[in-house]
Design a protein around this ligand. Structure first.
Ligand code: NAP
Ligand code: GDD
Length: 338
């Protein structure tokens, strides 16, 4: 049997990946944190009985060692041990508020995990996936971005992820382990955290149309992102670890939409057309003459990534990976209208 160990199993991607790997017959194990008010496992509640969950934290090396000891005691006869390192302080804006913590979890946490993996698992049985990100490209130096595009990170989050990216490559070279980076562009789903822009827009517009919210407040309406569905991207992660050699792969749709367009698409789902008036922080979205969307500077970032558009040709050719869910369909799914 093959073991899959997922850090960040309670997150958006962790939940879809667990379901995918259970169907493939893996023994799926995961790292979870204690929460004071709720279990924190609501995204995986339906499959909880099929998972082996262990308390731990990416900031705690000894705890990570204990977790691996427990997994190996339970599954001594495994063929392959796949590790998916998805745990992260994953919010770019929040990383400006807690830069040191973000670096501890996202950068040093990856180093800690790799170090434990190397000590506990025989090299030839290791397959390590790192959740790298299009945020590495930051203020982009090439369009669209591929595996050969230089990085230019713009946030504490992106810089922490850059450290992790290079640590993975270095462990591959220095210790000869199968360790790969998936450079994933934005992907979302109904399971996304509420404060990411796509989810905030879908839920916000839904509340406005149901009379539960007057105005949706957003930051930079000009920012453009390449947006796909998380379900397709977790399959890509798995494909990256089934490849004949460790490598870097971009996963993206190749299409890019502005935050303003996402707001328009969300209203279109209700058959409504909004118009825009004003510029910059004074811009407003109007529906039948009423303000339904406005800019609030509190959502501006100290340094912004204006546009991201990926070129996933390599993943398509070498992994046979592709994705074709439209942004409109994703918004509909978040709203429960598909
Ligand atoms: P997410 O929903 O925010 O999930 C993050 C997960 O990490 C959660 O399970 C969280 O646990 C866990 N976590 C956070 N800090 C931790 C710590 N100190 N120790 C242990 N676990 C910790 O993120 P996601 O959207 O699923 O993304 C998965 C990974 O892909 C992340 O590394 C993210 O940076 C990266 N990524 C995401 C995207 C995207 O568009 N979604 C694109 C590129 C890369 P709790 O549930 O307890 O909070
Ligand atoms: N969150 C948020 N809230 N973003 C807003 C808002 C708002 O009210 N208004 C405008 N934006 C803009 C942000 O400034 C950014 O340019 C864009 O919308 C997307 O923001 P997020 O949805 O927060 O995602 P992100 O692109 O910063 O980061 C996500 O994608 C990365 C991959 O590129 C996260 O999932 C990261 O973990 C991931 O690595």
């Amino acid at each position: 049997m093959n073991i899959a160990f997922i850090t960040g199993i309670s997150g958006q991607d962790g939940s879809y990946l667990s379901e995918f790997l259970l169907e493939k017959g893996y023994a799926v194990c995961g790292l979870v944190r204690r929460h004071s008010t709720i279990f924190g496992t609501y995204r995986i509640d339906k499959i909880l009985k099929d998972l082996d969950l262990f308390y731990g934290d990416m900031t705690d090396s000894l705890g990570l060692c204990d977790v691996f000891d427990k997994i190996l005691a339970k599954y001594p006869n495994y063929q392959r041990f796949e590790i998916y390192n998805l745990a992260a302080q994953s919010h770019v804006m929040v990383s400006f508020e807690v830069p040191e913590y973000t670096a501890d979890v996202d950068a040093i946490g990856t180093l800690r995990l790799l170090d434990v993996v190397l000590k506990k698992i025989p090299k030839e049985k290791i397959r390590f996936y790192q959740a790298s990100t299009s945020e590495l490209y930051g203020e982009v130096l090439e369009e669209p971005q591929s595996e050969t595009t230089p990085f230019n990170p713009q946030s504490p989050y992106a810089i922490a992820k850059l450290y992790a990216f290079w640590t993975v490559k270095q462990y591959r070279k220095a210790y000869g382990i199968f360790a790969s980076n998936g450079i994933l562009f934005n992907h979302t789903s109904p399971r996304r955290g509420e404060t990411f822009v796509c989810h905030k827009i879908a839920r916000g517009v839904q509340r406005i149309m149901e009379g539960r919210l007057d105005v949706l407040e957003l930051g930079n309406l000009d920012a453009q992102r390449d947006l796909g569905h998380a379900r397709d991207y977790v399959e890509g992660m798995w494909r990256i670890l089934q490849h004949h050699q460790p490598d870097e792969f971009v996963l993206a749709t190749g299409k890019m939409y502005s935050v303003r367009q996402l707001v328009e698409f969300a209203f279109e789902i209700y058959g409504k057309h909004i118009t825009w008036d004003g510029e910059g922080k004074h811009e407003k979205g109007l529906l039948d003459g009423r303000i339904v969307c406005q800019v609030n500077e509190r959502y501006y970032r100290p340094a912004e990534v204006e546009k991201l558009q990926g070129d996933a040709s390599k993943a398509k050719t070498e992994l046979g990976w592709s994705t074709n869910v439209s942004v409109q369909d994703i918004l509909k799914e978040i709203m429960g209208k598909n």
